[in-house]
Write a protein that binds this ligand. Structure first.
Ligand SMILES: NC(=O)C1=CN([C@@H]2O[C@H](COP(=O)(O)OP(=O)(O)OC[C@H]3O[C@@H](n4cnc5c(N)ncnc54)[C@H](O)[C@@H]3O)[C@@H](O)[C@H]2O)C=CC1
Ligand SMILES: O=C(O)C(=O)COP(=O)(O)O
Length: 649
């Protein structure tokens, strides 16, 4: 199956002449209402004038939502503000940094089509012109009000001769421009909708990236030529500008489950993607419903991505595990569909290691049980059974990112470190590698498990393994629940074979905080149970949010697969001034030749080309210069073995 990221509306319009796009300025070209910003700039350091900031904002809101006359609101605001030319210069600098995100990222399209983008605004030419000039919009393509300055250089009123100073002014002003070809109005406010309603524009986009004005959104309902857009990408895409074959970001859906950190949510939103969040995990049925139409799925350890879920995932491009473990994801199933999987392999490792060290000390000193007794009023001051960790032996099973860091911290505590790993690892400090698990089990005072969650690790620790340990040893598992036979652990604890234990992960874990925890381990003495919080620190979650979203965004925006756990890893630069085709296919003979034949047939000029394969997948990235036909894309998509095809601009 191939994923087609195209837009039929764009295709229809493509043949016609490109329209002229007229943008509103406040809350459309920029994220803000300029006069509100000016008020803050002028009055925020003067306590006596703080109320004027609110007064200005109230007037702006009333006018923008169409509740009071625009002309009246404008006059009243100027009279309160009374700005000087120097004040406006300061405002311009601020506004340059507040251009709407989707406008800023499409600067190239503005510069490429001089005259096709214009501004109409009830705001003032005085500060609009220098801001939009950076986008190639010339002063004569700006219709806006003009301030009238007194002899003292202070603005006192609005030029009344300008139609924009009047109600309904945008319609009149725009008609005066005499534009040939279709006119498209883009704006957030009621006066922008009036431009369409008054017949001065052929199409209208209610732009809600910065503010959503219900009255304006409602007004678009039922009108074929009007629609709501969350970013300027959509306008460009629909109207046939650059990138008409590359899907607008706002139509790419990102579904983030399990309380993924806000840094990730913000990162996707800032790049223009449509993000939905869910607090807990979803079960298979709910996920099957939710996954439809989703391009990026973000999960943590509790959401299982099964073959059935993947079958229902009609648009899925990538899965991000906002954690380390990926055992909850059917990786083979993802590869078969060309779905890239990413995780955050390092961001929470320190948190896990610190917790293991804390638990080691707490268990070795009986602190947990003593604390429980204190809460029931029992004072038991005694040294019996309490030990230092210094000179004790800690055995680490799984010497990966976490196990090897634990090795360093445990040694810093004066512990002797031995480890067992099925793979060759760099031994750190004075740690010693054991090639026999049984030999290691027989020697440890504390055993800590840090293997990955591969299925073969089920019951790695069972009755036979506990029996091989020294009497009175301690046991810690912060890896994966299925790695330990918990009935055997419960038995070993009850018999005193294992003196104390700490368990953070379980074969069955509640999906949300509202679901109950049921386990044979509850109620056992000297057993610390924690709700899978090894990686749950604010530091780790923020770092994961940043890391995983960056991987996913680099994949979406440029096709970069660095750190993907199932795709061939290819590091790619930004797509600038070129087109990029991303072709994921089954690793079968002949695909590359077929791709190159099509490229030759359509005479595409290759700027860069990469091919990387792993045992199941091939990934081809082709950068071409501008100008290629839609047929070329169709043929590339139809190459035998294609799993996913995308084009980026
Ligand atoms: N409790 C929590 O909140 C957290 C749990 N984890 C879990 O901790 C575990 C370890 O994570 P990392 O160190 O990042 O993984 P890793 O992949 O870097 O290291 C795992 C190591 O275990 C070894 N290994 C696998 N099976 C083995 C076996 N049967 N015997 C001996 N060695 C074996 C591997 O060769 C590898 O060196 C994972 O299961 C991960 O999902 C990770 C973060 C937080
Ligand atoms: O990173 C891991 O593998 C973990 O087990 C942490 O999982 P979580 O993100 O807390 O659901």
């Amino acid at each position: 199956m191939t994923t087609t990221l195209e837009n039929p509306v764009a295709d229809k319009i493509q043949a016609a002449v490109l329209p002229t796009i007229v943008l509103d300025f406040d809350s459309t070209f920029t994220q803000v209402e300029a006069l509100d910003i000016l008020a803050e700039q002028l009055f925020s350091s003067d306590p006596a004038r703080l109320t004027d900031i609110t007064a200005i904002k109230d007037l702006t809101d009333l006018a923008m939502s169409g509740e009071i006359s625009f002309a009246e609101a404008l006059q009243r605001r100027v009279q309160i503000l009374k700005p000087t030319k120097a004040d406006l210069e300061g405002l311009v600098e601020t506004l340059k940094g507040l251009v709407s995100a989707s406008v800023a990222r499409n600067k190239e399209a503005f510069l490429r089509h001089p005259g096709k983008f214009r501004i109409i605004s009830g705001g003032f030419h005085d500060f609009i012109a220098p801001v939009v000039a950076e986008y190639g919009i010339r002063p004569e393509h700006i219709l806006a009000n003009r301030l009238v300055f007194g002899d003292d250089g202070i603005a006192v009123s609005v030029d009344q001769g300008n139609p924009l100073s009047k109600d309904g002014g945008k319609v009149v002003a725009l008609q005066g421009w005499d534009i040939t070809g279709p006119v498209v109005m883009v704006g957030d406010g009621w006066t922008d909708f009036e431009v369409y309603k008054g017949g001065a524009a052929d199409r209208f986009y209610a732009f809600v990236e910065n503010v959503k004005r219900e009255k304006v959104v409602q007004a678009t309902h039922g009108i074929e030529a009007a629609q709501v857009v969350v970013s300027f990408d959509e306008v460009l895409h629909n109207e046939g500008f650059e990138g008409r074959y590359s899907f607008p970001r706002s139509r790419l859906k990102v579904l983030l489950l399990e309380n993924v950190h806000p840094t990730a949510i913000q990162a996707f939103r800032e790049e223009g993607y449509d993000v939905t969040t869910v607090k807990g995990a979803l079960d298979e049925d709910d996920l099957i419903d939710a996954i439809q139409g989703v391009h990026i799925l973000g999960i943590r350890s509790k959401t299982t991505v099964t073959q059935k879920v993947l079958d229902a995932a009609d648009k899925l491009l990538a899965v991000g595990a906002f954690c380390i473990g990926t055992n909850q994801i059917d990786l083979k199933g993802c590869s078969k569909k060309g779905i890239a999987v990413f995780n955050a392999p390092y961001s929470n490792t320190r948190s896990v290691v610190e917790m293991v060290m804390g638990l080691t000390v707490i268990l070795t000193r009986n602190i947990y049980d003593k604390s429980i007794q204190m809460h029931t009023g029992k004072w038991d001051k005694s040294a019996t059974g309490a030990h230092e960790v210094r000179n004790k032996t800690i055995g680490i099973i799984g010497y990966g990112a976490i196990g090897s860091q634990l090795s360093i911290l445990a040694e810093a505590f004066g512990m002797r470190v031995i480890y067992y790993d099925v793979a060759e690892k760099l031994t750190l400090g004075n740690a010693r590698r054991y090639r026999s698990l049984d030999a290691l089990l027989a020697e440890v005072d504390v055993l800590s498990i840090h293997v990955d969650g591969r299925a073969e690790n089920k019951n790695l620790m069972g009755a036979a393994q506990f029996a091989k340990m020294k009497d009175g040893a301690l046991f810690i598992n912060l890896s994966r629940g299925h790695v330990v036979d918990i009935d055997a652990l419960a038995q070993a604890l009850k018999s005193g074979k294992i003196y104390g234990a700490a368990v953070d992960v379980f074969p069955e874990e509640p999906r949300t905080n509202d679901d109950p925890f049921v386990s044979p381990l509850t109620g056992i003495k000297n057993l610390i149970l924690t709700p899978h919080i090894g990686g749950s620190t604010e530091e780790a979650q923020e770092a994961i949010g940043e890391f995983a979203s960056e991987r996913l965004l680099n994949f979406l925006n440029r096709g970069d697969t660095t750190f993907s756990v199932n795709m061939p890893n290819v590091q790619l630069s930004e797509v600038e001034g070129r087109h990029r085709f991303l072709h994921i296919h089954q690793n079968v003979p002949g695909v590359m030749a077929a791709i190159n034949n099509i490229i030759a047939k359509y005479n595409l000029n290759i700027l860069a080309q990469h091919l990387k394969t792993n045992e199941s997948l091939g990934y081809v990235i082709v950068d071409v210069d501008r100008g290629y036909s839609k047929e070329a894309l169709e043929e590339l998509k139809a190459v035998t073995g294609t799993l996913k095809f995308r084009s980026l601009t």
